[in-house]
Design a binder for this molecule. Structure first.
Ligand code: FAD
Ligand code: MLT
Ligand code: ZN
Length: 487
């Protein structure tokens, strides 16, 4: 048992002379164990909200080296924080501030090991950037549909460790649904090879699904076998302006009924989201005039361009006639479609440029979304009348990024520091009242773990702790993340 970070620090040698570093250098090569001035780039999260201090960064080349690192860290009782692209939004991929954890960066493990076109699978190492997996599938005329704003830098290992969602979930599922097999290094440094590529395998507990979404707390994912799909013959995209969230939700229902499995994207953005994009990226033309809500609809069609366009135009025509949408614009070509997606994916950056804000990544049944937002909006308007609700997300999955931006013009960092506890408490209590989840896709990481205890049944937490104890008895893997602090 490693004990707390403080206990570990108590008996530790100074970082540079720590005997662990010598062992790591022998195992994976001097230049691949970084320390001192090389560390800060790895120690800060994407949101610049969590900065820790690592003992060192280890950059293994392959699975055998990951296993060796784990064996060495187990011998020294030192915690290991896996890091892929470091795009996580909940502070799970950076060290704590004890200076006693090893950061294990997977970025050198970036090979595509195999594409099996007959089985429609691709096997990639954990450090493969998502976009390179998409590109490899495309080179074989196939599709890997996981898609998110960070796809140019997040890794497949990080995607699976967080069970990432993104913009195609309503048709293809989360990262979990896209994974057929895993290779994992355990806390004790053993290698589990589960890269079967099987679509059916009822031979006991599903270890793959246990590791997916475990945020690096149960094992280190070193490779994955992923599902591929045929490329659709055509993809069409449109934006529609809705007078209310209720109208947007009813448009989603209509789209589901009319277009069935062709519906591959249904995103929603409130007026405040797109106003921030207009402010920070004025060069990005917005195809529609401002409306309380704008939805982005995407259809993927097996029959071809004309068929897809007809279906989308028919849907939008019916929506306008039925009063669900006031206005719509269908992309005329690929460039216009990319532009619409670019607008949607620029909200996160626009929020970051505007200043500090409080993120909430919540999931609700589609039937409760409107009531949830009405209640949460009213609560916040009463308590924090100057705050701005920047609400957008994957409406097709019932997943809203119900973010609260600090009032314009002030010290946003200070405002967030003073009010985060109360704002998030109010939002999460409202989520709970409507039967929702406090994390739809980003995970729990370091910053939501204290909240988990309040919003998950005690038995679920107890079972999760038992699993952690069974798989990582020394509490070496991403300690202090995901599981709530002990009471
Ligand atoms: P990291 O940030 O490096 O790590 C994330 C977590 O996984 C950490 O707990 C880390 O310890 C663990 N981990 C990383 N690699 C491994 C491994 N090999 N084995 C075990 N554990 C590991 N998320 C969504 O779900 N949907 C979105 O639409 C979305 N959009 C985003 C847009 C932007 C602009 C940004 C910055 C982030 C977005 N995210 C989104 C969040 C983030 O990109 C995803 O969670 C992504 O999957 C993280 O991948 P990563 O490689 O960056 O992981
Ligand atoms: C998104 O949907 O754009 C991402 O999850 C990022 C975010 O929530 O900011
Ligand atoms: Zn999202």
């Amino acid at each position: 048992m490693t004990g707390s970070a403080d206990e570990r620090r108590g008996g530790m040698a100074s970082p540079a002379s720590h005997p662990l570093l010598a062992a790591l250098r022998t195992a994976i090569g001097q230049e691949f164990v970084l320390a001192g001035g090389d560390l800060p780039a790895f120690e800060l999260d994407w949101r610049q909200r969590c900065r820790g201090k690592a003992l060192a960064v280890a950059r293994p080349a392959d699975t055998a080296q990951v296993a060796e690192i784990m064996r060495i860290c187990a011998r020294h009782g030192v915690g290991v924080v896996p890091q892929g692209g470091n795009t996580g939004l909940v502070g799970g991929s950076v060290p704590d501030d004890s200076g006693s954890e090893i950061l294990l960066s997977t970025l050198r493990m970036s090979k595509i090991r195999q594409v099996d076109t007959a089985n429609l699978t691709l096997t990639a190492e954990a450090g493969c950037v998502l976009q390179s997996v998409q590109d490899a599938a495309m080179r074989h005329g196939l599709l890997f549909p996981l898609s998110l704003g960070a796809e140019g830098s997040c890794t497949i290992g990080g995607n699976l460790a967080t069970n990432a969602g993104g913009t195609q979930v309503l048709r293809y599922g989360n990262a979990r649904e896209l994974c057929l097999g895993l290779e994992v290094v355990t806390a004790g440094g053993e290698i589990w090879s589960g890269l079967t590529g099987l679509r059916k395998d009822n031979t006991g507990y599903d270890l793959r699904d246990l590791f997916i979404g475990s945020e690096g707390t149960l094992g280190i994912i070193t490779a994955a076998t992923l599902k591929l799909f045929p490329q659709p013959a055509a993809v069409t995209t449109a934006m529609a302006g809705c007078g209310s969230l209720d109208a947007a939700v009813r448009l989603l229902e209509l789209a589901r009924i009319r277009t069935g499995p062709a519906l591959t994207g249904f995103e929603a953005m409130n007026a405040a989201s797109l106003a921030l994009v207009a402010k920070h990226f004025p060069q990005l033309r917005q195809p529609l005039p401002a409306m309380p809500w704008i939805v982005l609809v995407e259809l993927s069609d097996v029959e071809g361009e004309a068929h897809a366009r007809d279906a989308l135009e028919a849907l939008l025509g019916e929506a306008i006639e039925g009063g669900l949408a006031a206005d719509a614009a269908v992309a005329e070509n690929l460039a216009q479609a990319h532009h619409m997606w670019h607008l949607r994916e620029s909200i996160t950056l626009a929020q970051a440029q505007e200043g500090f804000h409080i993120k909430h990544d919540v999931a609700l049944p589609a039937s409760r979304l409107t009531a949830f937002c009405a209640d949460a909006d009213a609560l916040l308007a009463r308590a924090f009348p100057q705050a701005r609700v920047v609400n957008f997300g994957h409406l097709g999955d019932g997943n809203l990024h119900y973010n609260v931006q600090a009032p314009a013009g002030g010290d946003s960092a200070e405002w967030v520091r003073r009010h985060e506890e109360d704002v998030t408490g109010a939002v999460y209590d409202t989520v709970a009242a409507h039967g929702g989840s406090i994390s739809a896709e980003h995970g729990i990481g370091a910053i939501k773990r204290a909240r988990l205890a309040r919003h998950k049944h005690p038995l679920e937490i107890a079972l999760m702790r038992s699993l952690k104890q069974a798989l990582d008895p020394g509490n070496l893997l991403n300690p202090g993340r995901l599981l709530p602090p002990p009471i």
